[in-house]
Design a binder for this molecule. Sequence first.
Ligand code: NAP
Length: 257
Amino acid sequence: MTDLSGRTALVTGGSRGIGRAIAERLAADGAQVAVHYGSNEAAAKDTVAAIEQAGGKAFAVRADLADPAGPDQLITALEDRLGGQPLDILVNNAAIIVYEATIAEATLEQFERQFAINVRAPFFIIQRALPLLRDGGRIVNISSGVTWFATPQTVYSMTKGALNALGRSLANTLGARGITVNTVSPGVTDTEMNSWLHESDDAVPGIAAITALDRVGRAPDIADAVAFFASDDGRWVTGQTLEVNGGLFLGPKTQSW
Ligand code: NAP
């Protein structure tokens, strides 16, 4: 556990799945957390209530990140709620995957929506948040293992590749302000994005079989890595991508030759 007392954090898509676990972890460490959501207000309220019940501080903030105006609306609302306090930690977590958006089937609308939410929004959220982000602050972007293993969801993997490239360049640009920029890259993690995990009896054992630690990832597994980058312990790490996946696709577990 690291001490984030007195710090503020924004977690996009903090209402559900991995984002919720990140919001809960940063709040447990002492940060006041802005729990962003797009449309599911009930989930955001539930996350805020869970944080408060655990003794933490949080509030919900809404913005549709498919909308070009979403990033500005989000940071404007955040500024209102923070009332002059700076932002210490920005976690760009919100994203979508469109499973049908393969090279054969992807439509222009699916392509543009994924790039809007997964790439355009984080870029312009960062741009808009920079005056609010204090020197020595933290940016963590949530990417995906599909940047290094192949998947039929080509468009989704392209959006996450863009995020990896963003992190490295931005770290160099923002270093002068002491702001670190890092990328956390989950493997297969049990969230609503991966509802297919529970649609067949083979999915969970199949993923466990190609994972060194022999199970599917859980949202707190990812949140704990984010907490490191957000903490003072992470002060000398920037421009890096950390694979947080239990050892996904490390190679065959047994050798028959
Ligand atoms: P999830 O359970 O589907 O949650 C997605 C979050 O993003 C929700 O809070 C959702 O809020 C928000 N969101 C979606 N569309 C939005 C929009 N148009 N505007 C604003 N917010 C929007 O996803 P997850 O599995 O936790 O994934 C979190 C991050 O981890 C993503 O970046 C994902 O690409 C990455 N990741 C996940 C896995 C995995 O196995 N789960 C693996 C690798 C990487 P609303 O419900 O209100 O729209």
